[in-house]
Design a protein around this ligand. Sequence first.
Ligand code: HAM
Length: 413
Amino acid sequence: MSKIQKIKGFVDLFPEEAAKFTFMESAARDIFSRYGFGELRTPVLEKTELFQKSIGEDTDVVGKEMFTFPDRKDRSLTMRPEATAGVVRAFIDSKTHQPGKVSKYFTFGPMFRYERPQKGRQRQFHQINAEIFGAPEAQADAELILMLKTFLNTIGLTKLAVELNSLGCHECRPAYRQALTDYYKSKDKDNFCEDCRRRMETNPLRVLDCKVPACKELVADAPAITDHLCGECKTHFTAVKTILDGAGLEYVLNPRLVRGLDYYVRTCFEVASFDIGSQTAVAGGGRYDGLIKTLGGGDCAATGFAIGMERLAMLLDQIEAQAPDFYLAVVDGEAANQAMLFAQQLRDKGLSGNVSYGGGSMKSRMRSANKSGAKVCLIMGGDELANETITVKDMVGDEEQKTIPQSEFLAGI
Ligand code: HAM
């Protein structure tokens, strides 16, 4: 029988690797709650139109990368490629928003994008997300960036490169789009890649984000959005920068930073880590004030970010597993049942450890005990079974091996 292969770009996480994910999640839980965020869990499957309407039809994510399929009643469903759209849908569904109220949510979980898999890029990957609803103020954007930095520092990442931009708003962006369109016209359209020629019509800002070297060169002198911001956007952006400066958080202004999702307005940012080597984005986010309304909710400002957990996991050292308290070695098959019951009593008292299921030679059992890293090896053979005793061998100190009543060992825990 041929074995069933896992799906390309999907990854199994065995305990050593999964421990890194648990570590990141508990650090995020701890830090985000200090900033007033609560956990929200949303489904991995949503109606396709949710992502089309929010992320944008012309983005790579929606155009090329979604896992979309019909359900049994021929309704189009999509495995979420990101969390923001679902969190917004849930927020609108919950009808919890009232004017002036601020809501803060974080969420963890798997996301799905049909990209070409490579190191740090998978088709199922995991994100840590944070979103703030109901706060149009620049302080909310700055708070998010400070929280993101605190989190990354806490888990041990210090060589960070924060890129910051403002994408303007619905007031000032049309004039900027026109300036960009005029600029592209001044260059020969045929010199741009096919995607960019299309983007010039649908979303001229996205051309700035193209990774094709020829396009990158052509946009090098393109007008900068930051020179076209309206008064309110300028004030907003200045406040974000002032807070970050005050906190001593270093960032680089990048007027070409547009992000791959269409919902952003004003502040947007990306964080790369030099620890990875190349400048790979470990997190990105920004403000998306219009999205709640677009998806059928009321007027409510929104801002947030997402962290790519696989990219962080690449940078984390192996997390030391805690040494188990005991290894219970059964050296006579007759004692196997009693050993299992004794191990259960140890675990009921809060100890951790493994028990060998059947009988085996002392030598092989001691090898297993050593390998397990247990603090003590408990031995149960025929004599211990008959006398209700247990032989205790200290694996870390130099205490002498002793055989004592099982009840005495239990009483000493
Ligand atoms: P994003 O920039 O598309 O933003 O994704 C955020 C992070 O997810 C990236 O910086 C990267 O670390 C990770 N990531 C993305 N695709 C993959 C992949 N195929 N494999 C591994 N990691 C990946 C968003 O998703 C927005 N929803 C962020 C946001 C929240 N904006 C506002 N609120």
